[in-house]
Unconditional design. Structure first.
Length: 707
């Protein structure tokens, strides 16, 4: 802890102790409890067997063993050492290869190199963060009985990154307690203040009651995390044994009582105040993705350019008259409901699929043989099939007539925020939905034109798995349609346990119209293939032209059409391109993080202390009773200098090193939640204080302390 002063930065622990201990008006002489006296600098003790000790800590341990008349344990073997080190620093056992490499390294400094390698691992920050996340009450749900989801992981990632970056403890402290109050704070410094947003959030109750409860939670957690104190007793009365009063508690409380969050939030997800969090490594990731996409696109274009001989052989092999027809695609066909064979309430679904018809059946003459008239009360359930997710490429649709509203094909759960996918008619327009949670986490497109109601139209959707609206193609009779979109932010799963339906969602959106020949594919169909499904031939005009008379564009279109229909290597390249573009789109999505934010104008709030029947204005520690309220980052008094983490704070360094010792050995020198006059004494007080002073001297950097 270099303990540099930063303007307009405070540490509430310092203010509390300076206001609650050793006041100038106290005349009685008394000896303070050891925990409220700053750690004393000391030298490691002298020991009889100096050859056993390899460092200062060894001398403290050996001196205690000598006093008890005990002998040190035998030195651990190399296998044991690497296992202990890996579990302590990474939380993971070493691999067989790592053990063998350490055993084989007989050069001087092998142990130090092992430590350096483990400290450089990104797993180090994850392991060391566990205890801090626990004491900080980290959770990605709001708690209480609703327990809605939220995202506190941006703060969690900040903690892990700070530990991996070897951040000094004073910065680690200041940025979490007041990072938003630093001059020109960075996104990461504001994100750090999520420490004080880890409390539970309720969706019911009295708003002001719960807002105050959140402030109380911040007081309790801050005191425990940095000072090992349980201040909750002083919420209701002066502490019976420890040197802080109820007034001290509410002076501390006042630091957290000028923020903008609310008490009751009737919604799931993150709640204000928020900050948009963009990953720090996004530019690097985007560059790698751009390079990968460029290479795949080069390979795709090269495949088209070299396809001339393949196209020529294919064209010569076509039977006479076949140049006016392209085969209907069968590759990847997952569901095919011809809707032209009736057997009671069962309809043929193709293959082993049996679709159950719900409601009265009315069979009609349709586009391709028979069809099914859905009169607003009838639909078909196809069970647990076509369970696609947002990263899967798939295609679906069929023939429809006489309908203006309702779902043509759908696998969706209306009662679970409309999770799922569909193709839906709304006022004659065709809509495509892919939804995790409507409306915030979803994709939606709507056709510019309307369907005619008096004739059959082939409606088909092809989706490339990119999780972006740009990856959705909507076709009418094989012609790609212009679409508009108001939702393009899908990042969650679209899987649902509800069955696949024809003619409705679940349970809404029943279609009033006729359907025929519904197909679902487990891949994205090309425009040529969709054209074939609609009874057309996208290549017929080109095939009708003599090869020598075709333009370069026509030759390229013919080659691409041939490859889309017949070349698995080309289709694989197209699929890989879609996945890479999906990765790039997802990387661009910023996330919200819950953070602290002070009110623009400080508000004076009264509270009742003790048995008084009149309200009393409680000011933050050090401010006179008549002074105006101050924001969380202001000095305690107008004449005060800036506040920061104090080198001589009696508790902060002790609590920090005790927690590190507990990480390494399973238990600390004492229970850090019970530092008070009635608490227990540390088992090794001199070692504790020596390490606390060393922690301050070394700036509290995680790697130094672990070494």
């Amino acid at each position: 802890m270099s303990m540099r002063c930063l303007s307009l930065v405070w540490l509430a622990a310092l203010v509390l102790l300076h206001s609650g201990l050793g006041r100038a008006d106290e005349k009685v002489e008394f000896e303070r409890h050891w925990s409220f006296v700053p750690p004393r600098a000391s030298r490691p003790p002298e020991v009889r067997d100096t050859s056993w000790s390899r460092g200062a800590i060894d001398r403290f341990v050996l001196a205690r063993l000598d006093r008890e008349g005990w002998k040190p344990s035998a030195e651990a073997g190399r296998r044991t050492l690497i296992r202990r080190l890996s579990l302590d620093l990474l939380g993971l056992p070493p691999s067989v290869e790592e053990v063998e490499a350490f055993l084989a390294d007989r050069r001087p400094g092998a142990y130090g190199r092992l430590v350096d390698r483990l400290l450089a691992s990104p797993r180090f920050g994850e392991r060391m963060a566990i205890e801090w996340l626990d004491v900080s009450r980290y959770a990605d749900t709001h708690g209480y009985h609703e327990d809605y989801h939220r995202d506190m992981w941006p703060w969690r990632d900040w903690v892990i990154r700070s530990l991996n970056d070897n951040m000094p403890f004073d910065r680690f402290t200041i940025e979490q307690l007041a990072g938003d109050l630093l001059p020109n704070p960075t996104q990461q410094q504001i994100t750090a203040t999520g420490f004080n947003r880890n409390h539970g959030v309720t969706a019911s109750g009295i708003s002001e009651e719960y807002r105050v409860e959140y402030v109380l939670d911040r007081v309790r957690t801050t005191a425990t995390a940095w000072m090992g104190l349980t201040l909750a007793c002083a919420q209701c009365h002066d502490h019976k044994y420890d040197p802080f009063s109820q007034q001290d508690f509410y002076r501390f409380f006042a630091y957290f009582n000028s923020v903008t969050d609310k008490g009751v939030e009737n919604r799931a997800g993150n709640v204000d105040p928020l900050i948009q969090v963009v990953p720090l490594d996004q530019k690097s990731v985007e560059q790698k993705l751009a390079t990968a996409i460029k290479e795949l696109e080069r390979q795709r274009l090269a495949r088209v350019a070299e396809a001339g001989p393949l196209v020529a052989r294919w064209e010569k092999s076509l039977p006479k008259g076949s140049k006016r027809a392209v085969a209907v695609p069968t590759d990847g066909l997952a569901v095919h409901c011809r809707l032209d064979e009736a057997a009671g309430q069962e309809i043929s679904g193709g293959g082993s699929l049996k679709a159950s018809l719900v409601g009265p059946a009315q069979w009609i003459s349709a586009k391709l043989g028979g069809g099914l008239q859905l009169g607003g009360k009838t639909y078909a359930s196809l069970g647990d099939t076509a369970g696609f997710d947002r990263t899967d490429s798939f295609s679906y649709g069929g023939w429809v007539r006489g309908a203006s509203t309702g779902a043509i094909v759908s696998r969706m759960n209306d009662s679970a925020d409309y999770r799922g996918w569909d193709v839906y008619l709304s006022g004659g327009h065709v809509e495509v939905h892919m939804i995790h949670s409507w409306p915030d986490n979803a994709m939606y497109v709507k056709s510019a034109g309307k369907l005619p109601t008096d004739k059959w139209t082939h409606v088909f959707v092809s989706y490339d798995g990119s999780s972006r609206v740009a990856g959705i193609s909507l076709y009418f009779n094989g012609k790609k349609q212009e679409v508009g979109s108001t939702r393009d932010a899908l990042s969650g799963t679209i899987r649902t346990d509800k069955p696949l339906h024809l003619g409705r969602r679940n349970p809404s959106g029943i279609l009033n119209g006729a359907v025929d020949d519904v197909r679902i594919y487990s891949r994205a169909l090309s425009a040529v293939e969709v054209k074939a499904l609609a009874g057309g031939n996208g290549l017929s005009e080109i095939l009708a032209i003599a090869p020598r008379k075709r333009t370069p564009t026509q030759r390229t279109d013919l080659a691409r059409g041939y490859l889309e229909l017949h070349d698995s290597r080309y289709r694989s390249l197209v699929d890989r391109l879609a996945r890479r573009r999906s990765d790039g789109c997802l990387q661009q999505e910023p996330s919200d993080g819950m953070v602290m934010q002070d009110l623009k104008a400080p508000v004076s709030r009264s509270c009742w202390c003790g048995v008084s029947t009149t309200s009393t204005g409680i000011r933050r520690a050090g401010r006179s009773r008549g002074a105006a309220p101050a924001a969380r980052g202001a000095p305690a008094n107008a004449s005060d200098g800036p506040l920061a983490v104090d080198d001589d704070h009696p508790l902060t360094a002790r609590v920090a090193v005790n927690r590190l010792w507990q990480v390494a050995f399973g238990r600390g020198w004492w229970n850090p939640a019970r530092i008070r006059t009635q608490g227990e004494q540390p088992s090794h007080p001199k070692l504790l204080d020596w390490l606390a002073r060393e922690y301050v001297r070394a700036a509290g950097t995680p790697r130094h302390c672990c070494v």
